[in-house]
Ligand binder design. Structure first.
Ligand SMILES: NC(=O)c1ccc[n+]([C@@H]2O[C@H](COP(=O)([O-])OP(=O)(O)OC[C@H]3O[C@@H](n4cnc5c(N)ncnc54)[C@H](OP(=O)(O)O)[C@@H]3O)[C@@H](O)[C@H]2O)c1
Length: 309
């Protein structure tokens, strides 16, 4: 008897699926990649450079950026540039993206990989909860600010590095900064990734007919630095227990390269991929009412439109 997996649980099966690959060249393409100094983002730019793409890193640590630039330019005949912004400060994000936009006449691929997981609620100067700000608001702002450039450069692609962690949900549009509810790391992470997914569907609708595609992806459960900002007990568990179940982050780089380059995806937009496999996200991440609400809140919180009142 063949067992049929319930659709919403297919992500468990997809973990083990045979992945797709692309050997198509990215020669001459300009890719803007956030979080490129570590983990998924770092593996992604190594793969992009091997595919002959030029790289613009949008990162927070200048020393790391210099080292990565030097390493990649030594190995590949591409150029690597970097711009600095801490994503917990949206003013820095805006400034860096406008500088990128001014310096580069075209952007072929935007990959938003920067992200964090925090067991503690931390708020920034504006009162925004840090995980929501870095994982969702900053990537939303980058995507919005680079939109016209991507349209002018079309065909072009946007890839939001999301997570199966969106399934933890936690999104409450009336309490995005966790002032009214008990904060947990899993739920705040789930909220940030759910918000990002909801905006991906809306971006895809807005971009229809422009030649720009936008997709979200889960980069696999992989050994990176995510979570290292947390307390000793969390880190002990991460490195002694969780790591045994995680994979080499090279698989994330491979998958993102496929999503960025494969011509079979030329017209594919508004899709969630588990690595390279199309997958149905959790039901709460498909809620159209929430989609509108989070879109408007994101515009307000990033300062792209004025807050009511
Ligand atoms: N690892 C997994 O199993 C997994 C699973 C699902 C989804 N993801 C997603 O994959 C993405 C990449 O995470 P990762 O696993 O590669 O973790 P990682 O190794 O910790 O890399 C995260 C990147 O984000 C940057 N970053 C963190 N906070 C930032 C801030 N305030 N401002 C600017 N940049 C900041 C980090 O910069 P520094 O190098 O300066 O620290 C780093 O480059 C995230 O969106 C994460 O949610 C990962």
């Amino acid at each position: 008897m063949i067992m049929k997996f319930p659709e919403q649980l297919l992500f468990m099966k997809n973990r083990k699926a045979v992945q797709k690959h692309s050997d198509e060249s990215m020669n001459g393409k300009l890719c803007v990649v956030s979080g490129a100094t570590s983990g998924v983002g770092y593996e992604t730019i190594k793969k992009l450079a091997a595919g002959k793409a030029n790289i613009v890193m949008l990162v927070r640590n200048e020393n790391k950026a210099k080292a990565v630039k030097e390493e990649i330019e030594k190995k590949h005949s591409v150029f690597v540039d970097y711009f600095i912004a801490d994503f917990s400060d949206l003013k820095q994000v805006k400034k860096a993206v406008l500088e990128i936009s001014e310096k580069y006449p075209r952007v072929d691929v935007l990959i938003n990989s920067a992200g964090l997981y925090s067991t503690k609620r931390i708020v920034n100067e504006e009162g925004y909860e840090m995980v929501f700000c870095v994982n969702h608001l900053a990537t939303f702002l980058i995507t919005k600010l680079l939109m016209n450039k991507l349209i002018e450069s079309s065909p072009s692609r946007i890839i939001q590095v999301n997570s199966e962690g969106h399934r933890f949900n936690g999104l409450n549009v009336d309490d995005l900064n966790w002032e009214k509810r008990t904060y947990t790391g899993l739920r705040s992470y789930g909220a940030s990734k759910t918000a990002q997914l909801l905006t991906v569907w809306k971006f895809a609708q807005e971009l229809k007919g422009t030649g720009v595609t936008i997709n979200a992806m889960h980069p696999g459960g992989v050994r990176t630095n995510i979570g290292n900002n947390n307390g000793r007990l969390y880190r002990w568990f991460l490195h002694h227990i969780t790591w045994h179940f995680l994979k080499d982050p090279k698989i994330s780089g491979e998958a993102i390269y496929y999503l960025a380059s494969a011509s079979e995806l030329n017209n594919v937009s508004g899709v969630f991929f588990n690595l390279t496999i199309k997958e149905k996200p959790a039901k709460h991440a498909l809620n159209t009412k929430k989609q509108e609400e989070i879109w408007n809140k994101s515009l307000e919180m990033t300062g792209l439109i004025k807050k009511d009142g």
